[in-house]
Write a protein that binds this ligand. Structure first.
Ligand code: F6P
Length: 460
């Protein structure tokens, strides 16, 4: 292996540059050239393949900073469809013209679905990322629990998962993904901040967090000590929720509720609005779960209660929704993410150098510590070849208390006990650097743009 390609696909995370950094550092050691493809699969769909040499003379370029969020290569949700053999052939030719012997895709389940087609032409390896923490399996045979059920949609079916089995944490395939820890850090601190204002004004605060169909981010937000957490994997009973909210209001005069954006009712219907994402996993983009919970509480508890007991003008005035939104996906990655992301980047290079193909670098939890490993991508696919987002195991959640279960607490503890480094705390101080007031923001895109090279146009 003389030259590898690296691309970042799907939604960004704070730890992408750390993964690229780990990959390039390992490539330097193995004397392999690393070429970054700009803007994910979109760069390969462009006939001139905009690209950047990441380690000229086997030294990483200075723009590659593992403590800086996002991705210096840019990211899109474009992908190469497995059915489009013409495009796949063209992409493979372009990689050939660039003399790339193997490709690392840094991505999630969507990227893995899109990467499969390319794997027929060139060795490809996935280095995992996603704040949703939904790439992997709770246990290796979990894929057999997916079934196709007839449905009145254009495809004629939906996928549904049968209830899973008990498992130990050591069995989890890809224990957690880079980006998750920082996402949790941001959402948990958001809850702490919202708490004191809800407390002062005797209000109900609903904090909506990302995660799509997976409740892991919401579960981790428990570190901010919300009163109640709602997750997609555990449809809740309206009466139970309303009664918990009312008894909390009686005791502490305010309530903080974390709502995962993908929560569903008992029929599996999303609480908010959905639209199709453009990534190849067929993921949905959710919107409005927090507002739907607000409407439910406003209607069920009613104006009279808030007027008489809390002196609020109406129920609507007493309940507010805040989305943590894209701040969960951006900014400086915390230590746990930087470390695991760099390790996984390095592992992906090793896999390519050792001749592995169509596989995923994974972080495993074994006997109280972390090890790097890999899994063939096919082992993440169900019998129809589909890679599903890993659901948060229901065993991690206590639906009666709307809180993490003892097993969920154990899982989170293994990740977060040492997740923040001293430098993360020190980094907060840099916010009030006086230079921030006098210097305009200098984007990494400015310098990367100067490094972009392109292939000559293809002959038509
Ligand atoms: O998959 C990562 C994620 O951040 C989800 O949690 C969220 O639903 C989605 O991406 C948002 O995507 P976009 O930024 O493309 O709207």
């Amino acid at each position: 292996m003389k030259r590898i390609g690296i691309l970042t696909a799907g939604g960004d995370t704070p730890a992408l540059n750390a993964t690229i950094h780990g990959a390039v550092a390992r490539a330097n050691q193995l004397r392999i050239e690393a070429v970054g493809i700009m803007k994910g699969f979109s760069g390969l769909l462009n006939p001139t393949v905009p690209h950047v040499f990441l380690n000229p003379l086997l030294q990483s370029i200075p723009e590659l900073d593992p403590t800086y969020g996002g991705t210096l290569l840019g990211a899109t949700r474009d992908y190469v469809s497995g059915d489009d053999t013409e495009t796949i052939k063209r992409v493979a030719e372009r990689l050939g013209r660039l003399k790339i012997d193997g490709l690392i895709c840094i991505g999630g389940d969507g990227t893995l679905n899109g990467m499969q087609a390319l794997g027929t032409q060139i060795p490809v390896v996935l280095a995992p990322k996603t704040i949703d923490n939904d790439l992997g399996l709770n246990y290796i045979d979990e894929t057999t629990e997916w079934e196709r059920v007839p449905a009145s949609n254009p495809r004629g079916y939906i996928y549904r998962k049968r209830p899973g089995r008990d498992f130990s944490l050591d069995e989890m395939v890809n224990y957690c993904t880079p980006g998750f820890a920082t996402g949790v850090y941001v959402s948990a601190t958001s809850v702490q901040r919202i708490r004191t204002t809800a407390e002062s004004h005797r209000r109900i605060a609903i904090v909506e967090v990302m995660g799509r169909d997976c409740g892991m981010l919401a579960l981790g937000t428990a570190y901010g000590q919300p009163d109640l957490i709602l997750v997609p994997e555990s449809p809740f009973d309206d009466d139970h929720l309303v009664s918990r909210v009312q008894s909390l209001l009686e005791i502490q005069k305010h309530v903080v509720i974390v709502v995962s954006e993908g929560i569903v009712d008992h029929e599996g219907r999303p609480f908010g609005a959905v639209r199709a994402s453009t990534d190849p996993a067929g993921n949905l983009v959710y919107n409005g779960a927090g507002e739907a919970i607000r409407d439910l509480l406003v209607t069920r508890i009613g104006d009279d209660y808030f007027r008489e007991t809390r002196r609020h003008p109406s129920a609507e005035a007493a309940v507010f929704v805040r989305k943590v939104g894209h701040t969960q996906r951006g900014g400086r990655p915390i230590l746990f993410d930087r470390f695991t992301a760099s390790q996984l980047g390095g592992k992906a290079v090793d896999l390519l150098a050792d001749g592995f193909q169509d596989c995923v670098a994974t972080l495993q939890y074994r006997q109280g510590g972390y090890v790097l490993d890999s899994v063939p991508a096919n082992q993440l696919r169900d019998r129809w070849g589909v890679i599903h987002a890993r659901p948060m195991s229901p065993s991690f959640y206590d639906p009666t208390r709307f809180q993490p279960s003892p097993k969920g607490v154990e899982y989170l503890h293994t990740i977060f006990q040492n997740a923040l480094g001293a430098d993360d705390v020190e980094a907060i101080r840099s916010l009030f650097d006086t230079g921030h007031l006098t210097r305009p923001y200098y984007s990494i895109n400015v310098d990367i743009h100067k490094r972009i090279r392109r292939l000559p146009e293809e002959a038509q």
